[in-house]
Design a protein around this ligand. Sequence first.
Ligand code: CDP
Length: 226
Amino acid sequence: MPADFVIAIDGPAGSGKSSTARAVARALSLAHLDSGALYRAVTLAALRRGVPIEEGRLHALSQSGAIRLVLKNDEFVPTLGGVDVSTDVRSEAVTADVSAVAAMPLVRDWVNGELRRAARQHNRGVVVDGRDIGTVVFPDARLKVFLTAEVSERARRRAIQDGGSLESADIHALGEVIAARDDADSTRAVAPLRPAPDAVVIDTTAISFAAQVEQIAGLARRVHVD
Ligand code: CDP
């Protein structure tokens, strides 16, 4: 596939975009680029270095060169001071602050530049997942997919992913946290979460992971041949 071949997968928290994007990339021998990991890396860097969650300070932090995307086995991983932080960025503390960080236009500009640079670096093409990939970052992506699922199902999947409790009260509580983050991401002024007009919307509530990966890989093969 050509160097500028981009597949954009957007959707809310727990819709399965990152794991789906990774599997689609593998099926097509493309690289995977998780934009949320970069917002999380900026948040982690701020928490670790005691930098206040304030736009000017975070802009300076992002431009300091401390945070970089590094390609490892066809996966772009976030690094902080040269150390892979792909696990650390998933912490609860980071999750609690990341939507506020991602609402800052100067942080978004920096992340978007890094994403575009990473995509250009990879000679076969990339599958990029996030909230605004098809709408803002790669508006010319060859294929745009928007994944959705009911909140309760997304909470259940997130609990499994994080090894958390599957008790219904706990799933309900997690669902409320997820719904609050969806709301923050969908109602913010800059690059709100919404499907691009030309995105294929797939509701994954009732379909298997393998089926959704196969559906998207099939769509990608078709646009590549066209
Ligand atoms: O994996 P999960 O859905 O929990 O979140 P993520 O993809 O790691 O993204 C974390 C946060 O970064 C989201 O809640 C958004 O606030 C923000 N984000 C964004 O604004 N734009 C993107 N393209 C990706 C993430």
